[in-house]
Each structure stands twice: as C-alpha cells, then as structure tokens.
Design a protein around this ligand. Structure first.
Ligand code: BLA
Length: 316
C-alpha cells in the first residue's frame, strides 16, 4: 500500500496573482512549500522505488505547544538512499521547508540540501548539493560533481544574490553552486525558487542515478564525512532555536538528532568536539556560540568556474 502523504497538494498562487497583491499584503500562506515536496517525491519515484522509513511511524506530525503551528515530517529510503526526509513548519506568519537527502555511504554523491525559511517579509534560503568531501582542497571531488553543474549555479547566483556574511564554519559544507540568499517575499521570487529547486533536484537525481558503488576504504571515508556533516548540523543548525520555541527542548532535540540528522548514532562514534575541537570550552563542554571564527564572506566566495576566491582561506 503506498504511504499516505499527510498534506494536501495545493498549488500556490492563483488568488494572489489575480488580486495583484502588493508584496506587503502578501500572506505567508501563499508561499507554501508543499508543492516543492510534492515535486521532489514524485520526481524521485520516477527514478527509483521509495519505501517509507521506519522513522515515519514515530515522526509524522506535531502541533506546537500553543496549537498554532503544524510540523509535518516525511521520511523514505531507497536502494541508494539512506535517508530522505522533509520537515515543513507552517503557521500564519511562517513557512519553513527543511528537505535533505543522504545517499548510502557506498556512494559519494553530495547531500541534497534545501532549507527555506519564510517569515512575513523575509526569506532565508540555502539550496545546495552539499559536498561530502572538501571541494576547496580536494580538486578531484569538485571536478567530479560540480564542473558540469557550474552553468546551473551561475544562472541562479544571478537570480539570487549572495545573502551576505554567514557563519564561517558553514562554508566548508557548501559547494560552488550553493544558493545562499535572503530576500523580501514576492510570488515571483517564490516561483523562481521553485524553478531552482526543481533544477537542482533533477541534477541531484542524475548524480545518484549514475553513481556506482565504491570500494571499502572509500565507503569508510564517505561514512565519516556524512557523520561529520550530521554532527555539525545536529549541533549548530540555525533552525534549532525556533524548533525549541515551538515544541520545547526535549522534543526539538529528539527531532533534530533522531529524525532530521538521523545517522549520528549509526554512522560513527566521534562526538562534536572530536570533529570541531575549536568549540571546546575550558570545562570540556561545547561552546554554545554558532561560530568561533565569526561571520564572514560578504560576497560570493566562488567564481563562475567554481574556483574558491574567498579572501580568507585561513578562515576555513
Ligand atoms: C539562518 N540558515 C541561516 C543561515 C544559514 C542557514 C547559513 C545564516 C546564519 C548563519 O550564517 O548561520 C542554513 N547553515 C545553513 C545550512 C547549513 C548551514 C542549510 O551550515 C548546512 C550545512 N532554518 C532552517 C529551519 C529553520 C530555520 C528548519 O533550516 C526554522 C525552523 C531558520 N535560519 C533560520 C533562521 C535564521 C536562519 C530564523 C536567521 C537567524 C539566525 O541567523 O540565527
């Protein structure tokens, strides 16, 4: 029996477009990400068989403590996919999509990452094929996956200008085609983001289609790289504060560690401070600051050929 998708598939827009709303009258509900999820799942199923993840039973939907916000979770697996999951958070003043896909460690394909935060007037967007390995130091990994995707990245970098300074430590997890942007909400921008999402996701599906199983030592490397990524995000992702406010500390921590960044307990045994020792406080605890280095990279630190041009290589 196919799994039920507990969200209705509504397309955004027709009312809003016909009423010619000014941007300041645009209601956040018009900027739903449901059709993004619908596209991603339909498109994935055109490429492979998806089965619901065992996590689906425990993580399906939650209502915030004040009853005003709905959180919806979906998760799947496939022969080449360890964990495909979506989280959407919706209320009258916020629409959030956190969508990621992690391949099984037998494949070194990048991690698909879409994090869209929309509040009444502001959008914060990260869309990327996050590299599993360091694309600044490991030229071969960059060549393998990003060279042919640069035209796609360049096209959307023009449509979505660089969002400004960000947590410096995050940059290592981004690729030369990352879309990191902030903008005031409009239907047009929302539509453009949909196109970007569609194109990036199709590109990712091509990569996973073509990926071939690698050897045992590379599998270990892939596994550790994924574990490091999960460990980073489970500890420092900027969305945590909002999740805690909505559903409380305990539920938020469980959701982040066991659903969003599932794999931390299975893929490795290192802890956050093993990977990121600069966050160690004198008393041995993890520094709660998001960044030790601070925010940097005012401008896009990649050129059109995918070369890293950040004037602070030492920051990384
Ligand atoms: C802000 N989200 C940000 C920023 C980044 C990201 C780079 C800018 C602030 C910063 O530099 O830290 C996203 N950072 C990422 C991603 C990676 C990373 C995807 O390192 C991957 C490696 N965002 C969400 C969810 C919510 C959310 C689920 O993904 C809310 C439920 C909110 N993100 C959110 C908010 C901000 C933000 C509110 C702005 C506030 C802030 O900067 O703390």
């Amino acid at each position: 029996k196919p799994p039920l998708i507990p969200i209705s598939i509504t397309s955004i827009g027709s009312n809003w477009r016909s009423k010619k709303c000014k941007p300041d009258l645009l209601q956040v509900s018009a900027l739903s990400y449901r059709n993004f999820i619908h596209f991603a799942l339909t498109e994935t199923r055109r490429h492979m068989g998806l089965v619901p993840s065992p996590l689906q039973e425990k993580y399906s939907s939650l209502t915030s403590r004040d009853g005003r916000t709905e959180l919806q979770m979906l998760s799947f697996q496939a022969p080449k996919i360890r964990h495909l999951r979506t989280l959407s958070v919706e209320n009258e003043s916020m629409q959030v999509l956190d969508f990621a896909v992690f391949a099984r460690p037998e494949f070194d394909v990048p991690i698909f990452c879409a994090n869209f935060f929309t509040a009444t007037n502001m959008n914060i967007v990260v869309l990327d094929l996050n590299p599993l390995h360091n694309v600044i130091e490991q030229g071969d990994y960059k060549e393998k996956y990003y060279r042919s995707l640069m035209p796609l990245g360049v096209k959307y970098a023009e449509l979505f200008p660089w969002g400004g300074k960000l947590t410096s430590e995050s940059l290592k997890f981004f690729s030369p085609i990352v879309i990191w942007t902030k903008y005031t909400s409009t239907i047009e921008k929302h539509d453009t983001l949909y196109s970007a999402f569609v194109e990036y996701y199709k590109a990712w599906l091509e990569l996973i289609d073509q990926a071939e199983e690698t050897d045992a030592s590379q599998i270990m490397c892939n596994q550790e790289a994924q574990h490091k990524y999960l460990t980073w995000r489970a500890e420092k992702d900027p969305g945590h504060g909002i999740l805690k406010r909505l559903i409380g500390d305990t539920l938020a921590k469980d959701l982040v560690r066991n659903f969003l960044f599932n794999g931390i307990d299975e893929l490795g045994s290192k802890g956050f401070l093993d990977y990121f020792p600069q966050y160690r406080c004198d008393d041995g605890t993890v520094n709660e600051k998001r960044s030790i280095i601070g925010r940097s990279f005012d401008n896009r630190p990649w050129d059109e050929s995918g070369e890293f041009i950040g004037n602070g290589k030492n920051l990384l």
